[in-house]
Ligand binder design. Structure first.
Ligand SMILES: CC(C)(COP(=O)(O)OP(=O)(O)OC[C@H]1O[C@@H](n2cnc3c(N)ncnc32)[C@H](O)[C@@H]1OP(=O)(O)O)[C@@H](O)C(=O)NCCC(=O)NCCS
Length: 172
């Protein structure tokens, strides 16, 4: 069986939106819109420069990653811009073949190397820790809906810039 080494990464903007939605329904279920992550990015559009699709060796849509502009509002009312990564989704029959890793690498390569914004996501720490995401700095952050605290993860080169307290929401 071939794997992600033979895959093709393309901008997500080149993919039919209906195919993206169908893939996400398969990965997360059709009730996925109720999830708190959707409230965090409510009303904003994903960023084309940081959102990708991966096609397999037969050019079938195999996975997607989206990145959104969000902000952490601190108790003083200051808004700290951040990037929300996700959903990251790979079709079930191609799990554990490197497609998720390829999508994460594509996203990371699109970040401004001089001034990357902190990246947040809600996901399994056992998977995302390999990409440098950790729950440590988010322990006193809040979201606009229910969430599991150990799954609220952030990645930054400089954790000192992160507020200790704050609520994540869309960047407007
Ligand atoms: C999570 C997901 C994106 C990973 O993509 P993938 O292409 O299957 O994974 P990769 O091939 O990049 O990585 C495989 C490795 O990650 C591990 N892994 C995969 N999913 C994991 C998870 N949820 N928790 C912990 N480890 C995980 C595998 O055991 C494997 O480990 P190894 O390298 O030590 O053998 C994919 O499984 C998926 O789409 N899941 C359903 C949707 C989802 O939960 N998305 C994440 C929330 S945004």
């Amino acid at each position: 069986m071939t794997d992600a080494a033979t895959a093709t990464l393309i901008p997500l903007a080149e993919v039919d939106p209906a195919m993206i939605e169908a893939l996400l329904d398969r990965a997360f279920g059709e009730d996925r819109h109720q999830r708190t992550a959707y409230l965090v990015r409510d009303g904003v559009e994903w960023l084309p420069a940081l959102s990708f699709a991966v096609l397999d060796e037969e050019e079938m849509l195999t996975g997607t990653i989206q990145t959104w502009p969000v902000a952490l509002s601190d108790p003083q009312g200051r808004r700290h811009p951040m990037l929300m990564v996700g959903p990251v989704a790979v079709v079930p029959e191609r799990h554990n073949q490197g497609f998720g890793q390829a999508l994460m690498a594509a996203m990371a390569s699109g970040l401004d190397p001089a001034a990357p914004l902190p990246q947040v996501l809600i996901g399994d720490p056992d998977y995302y820790s390999r990409f440098g995401f950790h729950a440590g700095p988010t322990q006193k952050w809040d979201l606009p809906g229910p969430f599991e605290r150990h799954r609220l993860l952030v990645r930054t080169d400089n954790p000192a810039v992160l507020p200790e307290h704050g609520t994540l929401g869309p960047w407007r």
